[in-house]
Design a protein around this ligand. Structure first.
Ligand code: RIB
Length: 333
C-alpha cells in the first residue's frame, strides 16, 4: 500500500508538501500541486482520512441539513454543495429534517457526534433554537436560504423581496389587476419577503390587495392545488396568480386544469425557484430563478473559509434573482 512518503519521494517533494496539497492547508505552486496529484494517481495513493483527522483534528467532512430533500430546489443546491466539496477535498453527511423542527435539532446532534468540521444549515424555520445550539457547541455554521438575520452567523440567501416584486410586476405589465398570491409558510423568511414584494408591486401600481387573494400554502404541491381551488371559488376570482414556489405553482396548474380552465388563456400563473420541472410543465412555467447551485457553491466556500481563518468573520451575502419568461402568463385581453 503506497504511503505519503512514497508519494513525496516519487514527486520529489517533502511529505508536508504532499499533506498541504491533500488538505489545502497552505499554498502550493500549481506545477508542484499537479505533480503531486499525478504521482498520487500513478501510485494509487488515497489519504488515510481517519489518521489525518486525528492529527489535524479535522475530518474534512461537513454536515449538510436540508429542510425537505424531496423538494427539487434543495436538490439543485445540493449539486452545488457536492461539486464544491469534491473539488476542495471534503466529504459531507446529509440530513433531511422533513420540515420537522425537532428532527432538525436531532440531526444537528447526530452531525456533531460524527465530528463534522462545520455545518451548512437550511432550516425548517426553527433557526433561533438550532443556531443557538450550534453556537453553544462552538460548531462553525453557514445558514443558507432561510436567513433570519442573526448578526454573528454567516448567511447566504437571495433577494426574495425583489423576486416577489419582479413576479408581480410582470403580471401587472401584462395588464392584470386581480392578482392573487399563494404564500409559503409565513414563518419562513423567503416566503414573508416574497409576499412583501408582491404587496409592494401592487401598492406601487395603485392596486388594492383583497385579503382573500392571499392564501397561505406550505411550499408543497398539494397546498398550491387547494389554495388555487379556493381562489377559483371566489365571487371575483383573480385573473393571475403568483405562487411563492414552483411546486405550489404546479399544484395550481393542476387545479386550474381540473376546473376546466386554461393557463394562460383563462388565468396566468407565475412560480418561484426555476426548478428543472418548470421547463416541462404544460404550459411551461414562467418563474423567478434562484441561483441554486451557486448558493450551494458559495455556502461551502464560506464555511471552508471560516474553518481556515482564526477570526470569526460572519457575513450576510444576498444573491440576485431573475425573471424567466415561459408560457404560463398572458396579457389580459
Ligand atoms: O421551494 C422551497 C422554497 O423554500 C424555496 O423557494 C426556497 O427559497 C426555500 O426557502
Amino acid at each position: 500500500m503506497p504511503t505519503i512518503r512514497d508519494v513525496a519521494r516519487v514527486a520529489g517533494v517533502s511529505t508536508s508538501t504532499v499533506s498541504h496539497v491533500i488538505n489545502e492547508t497552505r499554498f502550493v505552486s500549481p506545477e508542484t500541486r499537479a505533480r503531486v496529484l499525478e504521482t498520487m494517481k500513478t501510485l494509487k495513493y488515497s489519504p488515510n482520512r481517519l489518521a489525518s483527522s486525528l492529527r489535524s483534528n479535522q475530518t474534512l467532512t461537513l454536515g449538510v441539513l436540508l429542510p425537505n430533500s424531496a423538494n427539487p430546489f434543495f436538490a439543485e443546491i445540493l449539486l452545488g454543495i457536492e461539486s464544491t466539496c469534491f473539488d476542495r477535498g471534503y466529504n459531507f453527511i446529509l440530513g433531511n429534517a422533513n420540515d420537522d423542527p425537532k428532527r432538525e435539532l436531532d440531526y444537528l446532534r447526530v452531525l456533531i457526534s460524527r465530528q463534522v468540521d462545520g455545518i451548512l444549515l437550511i432550516s425548517t424555520g426553527s433557526y433561533d433554537e438550532s443556531i443557538a445550539f450550534l453556537i453553544e457547541q462552538q460548531v462553525p455554521v453557514v445558514v443558507v436560504d432561510r436567513a433570519p438575520g442573526i448578526e454573528s452567523v454567516t448567511e447566504i440567501f437571495t433577494d426574495n423581496k425583489r423576486g416577489g416584486l419582479l413576479a408581480t410586476q410582470h403580471l401587472i405589465e401584462l395588464g392584470h389587476t386581480a392578482i392573487a398570491c399563494i404564500t409559503g409558510p409565513s414563518f419562513l423568511t423567503p416566503s414573508a419577503e416574497r409576499v412583501a414584494g408582491y404587496k409592494q408591486a401592487m401598492n406601487l401600481a395603485g392596486l388594492h390587495v383583497y385579503d382573500d387573494w392571499i392564501v397561505i400554502g406550505d411550499f408543497q404541491h398539494s397546498s398550491g392545488y387547494v389554495a388555487c381551488e379556493q381562489l377559483l371559488a371566489l365571487d371575483h376570482p383573480p385573473t393571475a396568480v403568483f405562487a411563492c414556489n414552483d411546486l405550489m405553482a404546479v399544484g395550481a396548474l393542476c387545479a386550474i386544469h381540473e376546473a376546466g380552465l386554461r393557463v394562460p388563456d383563462d388565468i396566468s400563473i407565475i412560480g418561484y425557484d426555476n426548478i428543472p420541472l418548470a421547463s416541462y410543465t404544460i404550459p411551461r412555467l414562467t418563474t423567478i430563478a434562484q441561483p441554486a447551485r451557486e448558493i450551494g457553491n458559495l455556502a461551502v466556500m464560506r464555511l471552508i473559509d471560516a474553518l481556515r481563518s482564526d477570526e470569526g468573520c460572519a457575513a450576510r451575502e444576498c444573491l440576485p434573482v431573475n425573471l424567466v419568461k415561459r408560457d404560463s402568463c398572458k396579457a389580459l385581453t
